[in-house]
Design a protein around this ligand. Structure first.
Ligand code: FAD
Length: 297
């Protein structure tokens, strides 16, 4: 992607850090930053896009308002192990926690445990102890393999907030985690970041190319981002409570047993190939439950 952008005329400055935004007449018109170890540099622009993650400098400088925010719900701690083989994707739900793992590169297994936010103060006091105890209690077979393996990296993880930020204003826009973030339990962050980048690129193209006034095009970006993101945001936040599935969800999961087509569609929610409203539409629920009843009968 970076190569394609550079080939299309973009200039990439690795190691460049943005310190503050410049404004004229209430409109952002550039940035002040510096190369690593260098002196201050000023750059002017029609629009400054903050693609700078959850601790976004751009969002902070413009005081981008947050909405639909929820406090952190759960957070994983994970590390990489040698000498542990995984059987595909493994997941072990436990009480307000869940252990998970799969193989990555160089023969290393990523193994993590997500802990409910309420338990984080106690978990942080002894990450390794709580991590190993959760695996031993909820996943004895995995614990046995871990016992013969070796942890190769430090623990990574912690709590992640959930928010939407107003993603544009006079002369500025936000994209990716800078503009919208949710719990990592459904692993959507990279897909979401690319999706919002595509929507924002279309809006800026339309706004600077004369298709629509820029502010109108950016308002369309916010609407499109939110309408596609909100249902999955709510679904993810529900899962991230790590509470046992509600009775209606338990019934649905039971009804999916033996129904491969609809099971694939359910997991399509996580891959964003099937939308939450599409899957949970009354007609689809009726299809799933009527097939389940006829299979039982
Ligand atoms: C524990 C955890 C597990 C996750 N697991 C998954 C997963 O399995 N799948 C998935 O899709 N997503 C996952 N995510 C989310 C995913 O990592 C993010 O959603 C994604 O990286 C967001 O991309 P981004 O480009 O918006 O932000 P980032 O990847 O955060 O990139 C922002 C960049 O901006 C730079 N930057 C910041 N401030 C400045 C500044 N002032 N000047 C210059 N540069 C700056 C940073 O150095 C960084 O390079 C996970 C996140 C967490 C925390």
């Amino acid at each position: 992607l970076v190569e394609a952008a550079v080939a299309a005329g973009a200039e990439l400055r690795a190691g460049f850090s943005v310190d503050e935004l410049l404004a004229e007449d209430g409109r952002v018109c550039g940035i002040r930053g510096r190369e690593r170890g260098g002196s201050a540099v000023v750059e002017k622009a029609h629009i400054v896009v903050g693609a700078d993650g959850m601790h976004s400098t751009v969002a902070r400088c413009v005081s981008a308002p947050e909405y639909n925010a929820k406090p952190p719900l759960q957070g994983p701690y994970f590390s990489y192990w040698s000498g542990v083989s995984m059987k595909g994707f493994e997941f072990y739900p436990g009480p307000y926690r869940g252990a998970f793992g799969w193989m990555t590169n160089d023969g290393l297994a990523l193994i993590g445990v997500g802990f409910a936010a309420k338990d984080h103060p106690a978990v942080r006091a002894d990450i390794e102890g709580n991590y190993l105890r959760a695996i031993a209690e909820d996943a004895p077979d995995l614990a046995e393999r871990v016992k013969h393996g070796r942890r190769e990296e430090r623990f990574v993880g912690g709590l992640v907030p959930n928010y939407f930020r107003k993603p544009f204003g006079p002369g500025w826009a936000l994209v990716g985690d800078a503009g919208y973030l949710k719990d990592p339990c459904t692993a959507e962050g990279i897909t979401d970041a690319f999706h919002s980048a595509e929507l924002l690129a279309e809006a800026i193209d339309s706004g600077l190319g004369g298709g629509l006034p820029l502010d109108e095009a950016l308002a369309t970006y916010e609407e499109r981002r939110n309408s596609s993101a909100l249902p999955l945001y709510e679904f993810t936040c529900q899962l991230a409570t790590l509470e046992p599935p509600r009775p209606e969800m338990q019934q649905l999961l039971m009804a999916l047993r033996g129904n491969q087509e609809q099971t694939n569609r359910f997991f399509g929610i996580f891959a964003q190939t099937v939308s939450v409203p599409e899957f949970f539409a009354p007609e689809n629920m009726q299809k799933i439950f009527s097939r389940d009843q006829s299979a039982c009968g």
